[in-house]
Design a protein around this ligand. Structure first.
Ligand code: ADP
Ligand code: MG
Ligand code: ZN
Length: 451
């Protein structure tokens, strides 16, 4: 094992890191990408969510999951990409036991979304523009588990929709990389397209790292791809380690090569996995069993209109509209539910002369459990007196009926299986009543009525 001096690359003014990120996010659609098997595989009995299509049996014909395509486009639009009017799936050929077909259906030359960008804060709070090269649709592989000298394989994950988001090599420090990854995680949750849980593998990161002498404009002629990163912390550690390792090698006069390295958490170092393959090794060619995807501009427009207010827009609005501090706005917009709770409480507070900043302060510092605490209770506490909660079951039932008949589109989506939209109905009731309803109670009533 090599030991590296702890000087830290930041103090080394001679080199600048160049980093590009590839991120995979698993969509939470009901069914898989190219068959009707359930995509909800986590913790299920192995090999129970499979069929000839996702097992890659000869002769099985795939067909496209439209919801997944829409989710992919939502991500692309949120990242300011151009959505291609015509895109195509291709076969990425390689052999591995978790890939029974011998190829992964992916996109290469005709991705769904291209040329986007996103603004990300660096460590000092300056805004950096990161260009997005592409957002494309593909499928997941099976899952291998190695234990006691044997390897077990589970095909439940095989064919689950994955979206890959590739940046240009625009990062030059680790803080911006971390902020980018967190910002995208929040985006996926806001869009409701993925739980984006790193530990469960919903979200996976690969960082490409190289270093160049400060002042050099061209990209280095190599890059090291870091794999097996399953937490933000490991990602930062792996990139930091890699930057130091590369600088040390260059200082010693070595030439760096294109390769793939893994992160070893026990040794706190990266290790060589293989020299990097090139795109031509995969012999990409158009998937003959799937039609090309055509997106008309009005369809794209419809998807654009369906996007919720994005986390960063909400954050800015909270700062401007309510005068909330930036750091508080960030906390308040972490989850749509919390943001909604905050706004309902502010609305209610207005009637009782309680200022939005006081509400923000309360929520950020006291961290109330929003599934049991009511907005009215917070205002009561801030004012020091009672303001009333709706407990009557008849009245609650009527409220539920009202929002159900006022939101037929949401009800339709709910009945198709996107149960998270129930939050929208709860939000509507909260707004109607100024937060005088227990969200858990009303959720149960809504569920009952939507059965
Ligand atoms: P491939 O198709 O082989 O994956 P790409 O050119 O698409 O290769 O690049 C993949 C990732 O590597 C992108 O995120 C890109 O930003 C990044 N990248 C490209 N060149 C460099 C470099 N010199 N240093 C660091 N990252 C790089
Ligand atoms: Mg790649
Ligand atoms: Zn299947």
């Amino acid at each position: 094992m090599t030991s590296l001096s702890l000087g830290g690359y930041m103090s080394n003014q001679k080199y600048e890191p160049v980093i590009g990120l590839e991120m995979h996010v698993e969509l939470n659609t009901k069914s898989k990408m190219f068959c009707r098997c359930s995509a909800d595989y986590f913790g299920r009995e192995p090999n129970t969510h499979t069929c000839p299509i996702c097992l890659g049996l000869p002769g099985a014909l795939p067909y496209i999951n439209k919801v997944a395509i829409e989710d992919c486009i939502k991500i692309g639009l949120a990242l300011n990409c151009t959505v291609s009017e015509k895109s195509l799936f291709e076969r990425k050929n390689y052999f591995y036991p978790d890939l029974p077909k011998g190829y992964q259906i992916s996109q290469y030359r005709w991705p769904l979304c291209v040329n986007g960008w996103i603004e990300v804060d660096d460590g000092d709070g300056n805004k950096r523009k990161i260009r997005i090269n592409r957002v494309h649709q593909e499928e997941d592989t099976g899952k291998l588990t190695h234990s006691g000298g044997v390897t077990l394989i589970d095909f439940n994950r095989s064919g689950v929709p994955l979206v890959e988001i590739v940046t240009e090599p625009d990062f030059h420090d680790v803080d911006t990389v971390r902020n980018y990854a967190k910002k995208l995680q929040r985006l996926f949750r806001y869009l409701g397209v993925s739980n984006a849980d790193m530990e469960r593998g919903d979200m996976r990161l690969e960082a490409n790292v190289s270093v160049r002498p400060v002042g050099q404009k061209e990209l280095p002629g190599y890059r090291v791809e870091l794999k097996n990163i399953n937490s933000f912390r490991f990602m930062v550690a792996a990139i930091e380690y890699e930057i130091k390792r590369q600088i040390k090698e260059l200082e010693e006069g070595w030439t760096l090569k294109q390769e793939t390295r893994g992160w070893d958490e026990d040794k706190k170092s990266t290790y060589l996995q293989r020299s990097k393959e090139e795109a031509h090794d995969y012999r990409y060619f158009p998937e003959p069993d799937l039609p090309e995807i055509r997106m008309k501009s009005d369809e794209i427009g419809k998807i654009r209109k369906s996007l919720p207010e994005l986390s960063w827009d909400k954050q800015n609005r909270f700062i401007e509209e309510y005068g909330v501090k930036k750091s508080d706005a960030e906390i308040l917009t972490e989850l749509t539910e919390l943001a909604e709770f905050f706004e309902v409480t502010v609305e209610h507070g207005k009637k009782h002369g309680v200022d939005a900043k006081a509400v923000a302060n309360y929520i950020v510092n006291k961290k109330p459990n929003i599934s049991v605490v009511l907005p009215t209770q917070i205002i009561e506490e801030l004012k020091g007196k009672k303001v009333g909660v709706i407990e009557n079951m008849g009245e609650l039932g009527e409220l539920a009926d009202e929002v159900i008949s006022e939101n037929p589109a949401m009800v339709g989506v709910y009945k198709k299986g996107k149960v998270t939209v129930i939050q929208v109905l709860i939000g509507a009731i909260m707004r109607k009543t100024g937060g005088k309803v227990n969200p858990n109670k009303i959720r149960e009533i809504l569920k009952e009525k939507l059965r």
